[in-house]
Ligand binder design. Sequence first.
Ligand SMILES: Nc1ncnc2c1ncn2[C@@H]1O[C@H](COP(=O)(O)OP(=O)(O)OP(=O)(O)O)[C@@H](O)[C@H]1O
Ligand SMILES: [Mg+2]
Length: 350
Amino acid sequence: MPAKASFGVNTGTPNNASNPGRASTEVITGTSTVTSHAPYASKALDPLVTIDRSSLQRVIAVINGKGGVQKTTLVANIGGLYAGSGYHCLLVDLDPQGNLAEDLGYTDTDNDDSGKALAGALAFGGTPTPVTVRPNLDVLVGGYHLNAAAAALTNMASRDSRAARLALAEILTPLAANYDIILIDCPPGNEPLQAAAVAAARWAVVPVRTDQSSRKGLLEVARRLDDVMDVNPGLDLLGVVLVGVGSSAHRIKQTARDLISEALGGDQRIFTASIRHSEATAQAAREKGLLVHELDEQVRQGPSWWQIRRGESSGGNAGPRTAQSVADDLQALAKEIVDSITVAEEGVPV
Ligand SMILES: Nc1ncnc2c1ncn2[C@@H]1O[C@H](COP(=O)(O)OP(=O)(O)OP(=O)(O)O)[C@@H](O)[C@H]1O
Ligand SMILES: [Mg+2]
């Protein structure tokens, strides 16, 4: 097993990246490596199940009980940026909606088993094989099969809550040594799956909008984290990310920061980087199955406005110019996350 890359102080170049954060847009499809889990063996409940937490130190759950706060967008894009920088990254799509497939462009390809392998492993044990969707970027694929897994975990929890909550931690333990970082995309609802996510994670990253109901959602997240402290005492909040903010609304951002800090009981763990609102960029990225920095690259390679004006090019459908700003926001956040983990790994409190 390769040793994990040291994050160092800068995010940029752990291995050989000459242009960090500008990943290749190549999409590897058609080579499913999902192993079949049929016939399933019934998972034996083991009340003494112990997890080797040392292997799960770089597992991050991106969580918020509220829907549509960019959990999936962050997991896909931050993971893509790390992979493009040379880190070997695993994404876990724990959402029955399976939206990560859209952001990464593998919907309905051979890679997309709609969560069957992951659901089987959660319910009955075993280790699903991640699929590779970009160089350095692997995914445990999610989708509608996870509804059945959630039902199985609820059933299991009624007999053994510890085993149910540790189901994902068990799956990730043998896989984790292969990766520098693992990001989990949590569903907006679905308590058993959310509990499994945070019970597997060392860190929680919480995206929030700046409105009041989103801030209230933070209390629910805090409850989720509390619910697994007995099986995962090392779990901690890495930070809150403000999403959907206006690009120039500095005062609003500061007010939102203050209010969020207040909602967190004075906790200052709010990332400096925030993600600006750009529907055009988000829509184009998801439609094309491209990450935002990949879309940005496509825009840069597209014709300039004067070429279009002179009729030298039709302009095609390269994408919106705002992609660059959103890509910069995501890159700043990716760097801050790694910086925070580095500080923690070097023994300085985050
Ligand atoms: N910077 C952005 N500006 C505006 N809209 C965005 C931005 N990034 C993503 N979106 C859009 O916001 C919507 C919600 O994003 P996303 O699916 O990542 O949220 P989520 O928290 O994962 O949602 P769910 O709770 O349903 O899983 C999507 O339609 C996405 O395309
Ligand atoms: Mg989502």
